[in-house]
Write a protein that binds this ligand. Structure first.
Ligand SMILES: *Cc1c(COP(=O)(O)O)cnc(C)c1O
Length: 460
């Protein structure tokens, strides 16, 4: 491998958290007790935690220093003003409604912008986003380009919206029956795939023609911007900040989970341009989140969030971020492990269908693979496939997504390249004995967002 392709860490480590290493026998006990659901394993029993990149980031010394200037007033906190100003500077949105995390913003947006029976087209669904859309009477329609559903297809900007699918839906249902277009940068469930600037611009032009609003899921906006700089013609000489500004110029607003590209442990917001929507959103934020000047965050959270948003625009930071993830993916690819391609922004997604061809999708191959990875190495990953997709609310049948993946999500600034090697080596060992991986069945299945708390047992 040509290591010069992967930049070394652009930071020094100032504080460390020791981790425990269990024996294989101990892990066998632990995974059984957790019902083969990696969400139910205690964090202290995990060696390398790739469950999520959500809220698991390492804050910078400046962010930690920011905690000390938290203004914890019930109303009018100066840290909110700073956060609001930073969001306007970075994204160009004049209005900000703070929330405790991304889903808080999704709840509010869905309530103010969806009338029951309206359609919400989006570039693939996200679990909590779709939950709130459906809970408010919306009908989610996937309008991502077909290629996104093919894990093996290596094409750039796999997160793009298929403009023909979108326009056909608008014509078929009538523009008045489209609540808004939900455009995620990057697309989490497609494997962290970016959306091109050309596509964002085209979606804006198309929706303008029909008078339809576009709201972004801005959760991984900086990662998306890096891909544009790297791969889209005409953007090589632009800064990440300039690219981000242009991306959001094509949106009417955005929901954001600060736990990702905000590089904090908690926080979120809804950003808007429209004053009428702002008024409605503020009426709801006091009911669900807190005062409109904190929305469930502490003053110090908001300070760290504002600093993190700016740090995510630094080229050295975001380049290392993306290329460290790519290093893990490239190591797996080199060993012939089937992964989703191209390698996305926040993690590497193993294609469990091709890893475990001996298992039927209803035997939860990705769930089983994630459980076996923990057993093999103490590395915690998570399922993104049939279990996460849940059941169709109308038919009660399992939704069967084409993508059946195990997600290895890399927290920001937490692990080194050597950690990536440990993960890659464990997966390669597991691949060599893959026929031994057994399918699973439910022992307990919760009604909503079942992947968080479901329990399974092995099928013999
Ligand atoms: C994490 C995430 C959310 C939800 O944000 P939370 O902060 O976890 O509530 C929404 N959309 C995407 C794409 C996400 O990754």
């Amino acid at each position: 491998m040509d290591l010069s392709k992967y930049p070394a860490e652009p930071f020094r480590i100032k504080s460390v958290e020791p981790v425990k290493m269990n024996t294989r026998e101990e892990r066998e006990e632990i995974i059984k007790k957790a019902g083969y659901n990696t969400f139910l394993i205690d964090s202290e029993d995990v060696y390398i935690d790739l469950l999520t990149d959500s809220g698991t980031n390492a804050m910078s010394d400046r962010q930690w220093a920011g905690l000390m200037v938290g203004d914890e007033a019930y109303a009018g906190s100066r840290n909110f003003k700073k956060l609001e100003k930073t969001i306007e500077e970075v994204m160009g949105f004049p209005y900000v409604v703070p929330t405790h995390q991304g889903r808080g913003a999704e709840n509010i947006l869905s309530r103010i912008a969806i009338k029951p029976g309206q359609y919400v087209p989006g570039n693939m669904y996200f679990t909590t986003t779709r939950y709130h859309q459906e809970a408010n009477g919306g009908i989610f329609v996937d309008v991502i380009r077909d290629e996104a559903h093919d894990a093996a297809l290596n094409v750039p900007f796999k997160g793009d919206i298929d403009l023909e699918k979108l326009e056909n839906l608008i014509k078929e249902k009538g523009p008045e029956n489209i609540a808004y277009v939900c455009l995620a940068v990057t697309v989490n469930l497609a494997g962290g795939q970016p959306v091109s600037m050309a596509n964002m611009r085209a979606v804006r032009e198309l929706t303008n023609k029909y008078g339809i609003k576009v709201f972004y899921d801005a959760t991984r906006f900086a990662e998306n911007a890096y891909f544009i700089k790297e791969q889209e013609e005409g953007y090589q000489d632009k800064t990440i900040a300039e690219i981000v500004k242009e991306m959001f110029s094509y949106a009417d607003g955005a929901t954001m989970s600060g736990k990702k590209d905000g590089i904090v442990n908690m926080g979120g917001f809804l950003a808007l341009r429209d004053e009428d929507l702002l008024i409605k959103a503020r009426e709801l934020v006091v009911v669900f989140e807190g005062m409109p000047s904190y929305g469930g965050m502490t003053g110090r959270d908001m300070e760290a969030f504002a600093i993190g948003l700016k740090e995510s625009l630094q080229f050295e930071y975001i380049q290392h971020r993306i290329l460290q993830v790519r290093y893990l993916g490239d190591r797996l690819k080199e060993a012939g492990i089937p992964i989703v391609e191209p390698i996305g922004g926040h993690g590497v997604f193993i294609d469990a269908r091709r890893f475990c061809p001996h298992l039927d999708q209803e035997q939860f191959p990705a769930q089983a693979l994630a459980a076996n990875l923990y057993l093999e190495s103490g590395v915690r990953a998570m399922e993104r496939g049939i279990v996460s997709a849940g059941r169709d609310p109308k038919t009660g049948e399992n939704r069967k997504p084409k993508l059946e993946t195990v997600r290895l999500t890399i927290p920001r600034r937490v692990y080194t390249y050597r950690h990536m090697d440990v993960v890659a080596d464990a997966i390669i060992r597991l691949y060599e004995r893959r026929e031994q991986i057994k399918g699973l069945r439910f022992v307990y299945e919760p009604p909503a967002l079942r992947f968080f708390t479901a329990r399974f047992e092995e099928i013999d």
